[in-house]
Design a protein around this ligand. Structure first.
Ligand code: ASP
Length: 394
């Protein structure tokens, strides 16, 4: 397992190089990256395959092991910390975007027609309560699964001795799921290589030029947020700065390659384990974070909104900024942890801020590049807050 980490990292670096060099090359009339694509897809599917049973079993096992009152306390402090870090993220993104001014002088010829509808926030909130848990599991709707697992775990605790067989069953189920994660990871070096090579190759490096300022602003905000905010959180958590970043490297690489917080969840959980975080805590905070805590997505939304305003020569007013802060925070909660989930949410922000929807078409084409970085930060954010919660609970 130890050596595997380096193989995964090698796959990551080789994937970037391969995508950049051979992205457009063809072998017997077929694009090289298209040959690699199925390997990446298989790996992503393997990770996604783990998500629902992993969350379900580990969350039940975790909730059962702590008293109901403590579950409520952990829940509230996790939500508050997730929210605070997200608001800082969007504020930082807006400040940087206003200084760097991406979008000034942008050629609007790149704008494509936008045809997406705006998701309603109320529907997202009501949807947290499952109508049918099997249906939610089948669809991979994480929040309803989390809610059901928490309630189920509390019920087991309340029943007491008579529920012992159920408790033991989920305990052992969770152990088996952790083992399955380990097995899937053996495929990771190839999977990561294929995913990265495909992402980079498909996007092409030349696209970066007209969008350089936008992408640069996003990545700068992401990096600063990680370096300042997460480092501060980690120092407060007492986990050790280097220790944390060493453990966070794996989920960060996976998130970058897979562009999915939910898909990365099994690896984020392993990293939390490595950091010595109590299982009953991370089995609760991480699935929740993978679904509702997306600092990277909030940063992306903020930077893109300002980019569109500059590109279309629209005056940026204080009320507009307020609306962007509010809607980007809501969007980061409502965004699904899947590739390009945030791109759909961006529609809501553009609409609410009164920006032209054609601006969305301007950005959609480069989403792969923008998604890799933001997903990476989404995942590291979950891990850092989880470290701090672990400190509170000791
Ligand atoms: N891909 C991101 C994630 O899974 C969501 C987004 O598109 O912003 O975390």
């Amino acid at each position: 397992m130890k050596g595997l980490v380096w193989w995964i990292f090698a796959g990551f670096v080789a994937g970037i190089a391969f995508g950049a060099i051979f992205g457009q090359s063809e072998i017997a009339g077929v694009k090289a990256i298209d040959i690699l694509k199925p390997f990446g897809d298989i790996f992503l599917r393997l990770l996604q395959m783990l998500v629902v049973p992993l969350i379900f079993s580990t969350l039940i096992a975790g909730v059962v092991s702590i008293e109901p009152k403590r579950v409520a306390r952990i829940g509230v402090s996790t939500l508050v910390l997730y929210l605070i870090t997200t608001v800082i993220a969007i504020s930082l993104a807006l400040s940087l975007a206003l200084i760097i001014k991406p979008g000034v002088g942008m050629s609007l010829a790149y704008a494509k027609e936008a045809t997406v509808s705006q998701p309603s926030m109320v529907d997202v909130l009501v949807g947290i309560v499952p109508k049918n848990i099997v249906d939610s599991m089948a669809k991979g709707d994480i929040l309803p699964v989390i809610l059901f697992a928490i309630l189920f775990g509390i019920a087991i605790s309340l029943v007491g001795e008579k529920a012992d067989p159920v408790r033991r069953f989920f305990d052992s189920f969770a152990e088996v799921m952790y083992k399955l994660v380990e097995l899937v990871l053996y495929f990771a070096p190839i999977g990561v290589f294929a995913l990265i090579a495909y992402n980079i190759g498909q996007q092409g490096i030349s696209i970066l030029i007209p969008y350089g300022k936008l992408i640069g602003t996003e990545y700068l905000a992401l990096a600063l947020h990680a370096l300042i905010v997460y480092s501060a959180v980690v120092i407060l958590s007492g986990k050790g700065f280097l220790n944390f970043w060493r453990a966070a490297k794996d989920p960060a690489v996976f998130a970058f390659a897979s562009r999915s917080s939910s898909g990365t969840l099994p690896i984020t959980m392993r990293a939390a384990d490595e950091l010595g975080i109590e299982r009953s805590i991370y089995s609760f905070t991480l699935p929740l974070g993978a679904t509702i805590n997306m600092d990277g997505t909030a940063i992306y939304c903020g930077v893109c909104a300002i980019f569109i305003a500059y590109a279309f020569g629209i005056e940026i007013t204080a009320p507009m900024i307020m609306i962007i802060v509010l809607t980007a925070t809501l969007a980061s909660i409502g965004t699904a942890g899947v590739p390009s989930g945030g791109l759909i949410m961006l529609v809501m922000i553009i609409g609410a801020a009164g920006l032209p929807i054609e601006g969305w078409g301007l950005i959609a084409g480069i989403d792969v590049i923008m998604d890799m970085g933001r997903t990476c930060i989404n995942v590291v954010g979950d891990l850092s807050v989880t470290s701090l919660i672990d400190r509170f609970e000791r």
